[in-house]
Design a protein around this ligand. Structure first.
Ligand SMILES: *Cc1c(COP(=O)(O)O)cnc(C)c1O
Length: 378
């Protein structure tokens, strides 16, 4: 059983305690409305999300993975096409490319930001390259100016996997609104989380918008008339209602994340490789990740002190068994591989208290001061 006193990575229960009365009334409203899929709440959420992100349109879908799949489909990416992306991301980014029958082509990451390294993209562009999926990992925006310049020069589309980066800003624009089409996940632990699976696609392009609307609903815009082969990937009304409410709190939540990140970096930058804190919202700290030697030892040490930590991600995509058929091998993307061995995420969520954070900071410092793991009690 999970240790109940362990400081969790994200404290969803604590968040629910605060929002429960509003959430319950949101759910009750949907139940009473008698419309559970593709109704008013979904439409309202799509409008509010588009406003928040700064696009003309948004489409609610069932999850972030489907958002990526639908974005690729709407862009007509198909077998024979290549899509460039990072090997250092959640599996779904590469999975969606394979789901549409295209070939994922990986490019190593930048050591500091953990995002795709734009200086290495042009080495793999080919006549088959149709798109690039940029991931704003951990909430930090990728180097979009360089990426957009390359995309324009080679006429390739830019999909933003903004699943970890809602509210992240870059030169006056928000993540998801910078490329051709943006994808969000509202998985419960994301910065904006539903109480179940949910996702969205955002774009300024009316044609892409209409295609995603059609594809998420069995390729249909008129009931029982189907123009294309789509999927069933609609956002349900209960999740939409919850997201509408939680979107009101998002900026406060992101501000809290930033404050927590600032304290971590101020207190730990001598002991570990800590992310830099800037005053802009270029990083919204969906995760707070440090880089350390002796990571497994540190994780065990923290656990013994009642502190969770997590590794995002231990296996880069090019070394995943599912992508064996792409014939990549160890050593192909040395920075991603090295990062996967040294990175460690510390608990961060708007609900993390100062006392909890102090305990985490003290534990990390003590670990590096003593220089080795304390013997655990038998
Ligand atoms: C969470 C996540 C996804 C997938 O979202 P789901 O809603 O879980 O399908 C895709 N890409 C990244 C980077 C993610 O963090």
């Amino acid at each position: 059983m999970e240790n109940p006193k362990l400081i969790p990575m994200v404290d969803l229960k604590k968040e629910l305690e605060i929002l429960k009365p509003i959430i319950i009334s949101d759910i009750a409203e949907v139940l009473d409305s008698g419309t559970y899929i593709l109704g008013k709440k979904g439409e309202q959420f799509e409008k509010r999300l588009a406003d928040y992100v700064g696009t003309t349109c948004a489409v609610g879908v069932a999850n972030g993975t489907d958002a990526l799949y639908l974005a690729l489909k709407a862009l007509d990416i198909k077998p024979g096409d290549e899509v460039i992306t990072t090997p250092f991301t959640f599996f779904a980014t590469g999975e969606a490319i394979a789901q549409v029958g295209a070939k994922p082509v990986f490019v190593d990451i930048d050591e500091e930001s953990y995002n795709i390294d734009p200086t290495k993209i042009e080495e793999v562009v080919s006549p088959k390259t149709k798109a690039i999926i940029v991931v704003h990992l951990f909430g930090r925006v990728a180097k979009m100016n360089e990426i957009l310049r390359i995309a324009q020069a080679w006429k390739i589309k830019v999909i933003e996997d903004a699943c970890q980066a809602i509210g992240t800003e870059y030169e006056g624009r928000r993540a998801g609104a910078i490329g051709d089409i943006g994808c969000f996940s509202f998985f419960p632990s994301k910065s904006l989380g539903a109480f179940g699976d949910a996702g969205a696609v955002v774009t300024n392009n009316q044609d892409l918008y209409e295609k995603v609307c059609e594809l998420r609903n069995h390729g249909s815009t008129t009931k029982y008339a189907h123009e294309s082969i789509g999927i069933n990937s609609r956002l349900d009304e209960i999740q939409a209602a919850i997201l509408l409410t939680k979107l009101n709190y998002l900026d406060i939540f992101l501000h809290k994340r930033k404050e927590i990140a600032r304290r971590y970096t101020e207190q730990l930058h001598r002991e570990v490789k800590a992310p830099p804190i800037v005053e802009t919202r270029e990083h919204t700290f969906h995760q707070y990740c440090i880089k350390v030697d002796r990571r497994e030892e540190l994780a065990v040490y923290l656990k013994n002190k009642g502190i969770s930590s997590a590794v995002y991600y231990p296996i880069p995509l090019h070394l995943q068994e599912a992508f064996h058929y792409l014939h990549y091998k160890g050593g192909d993307f040395p920075i991603a591989e090295k990062t996967a061995k040294h990175i460690l995420a510390l608990p961060i969520s708007p609900e993390l208290s100062i006392e909890q954070q102090n305990k985490i900071i003290a534990a990390v410092r003590t670990f590096f001061k003593t220089g080795r793991e304390e013997p655990t009690e038998a």
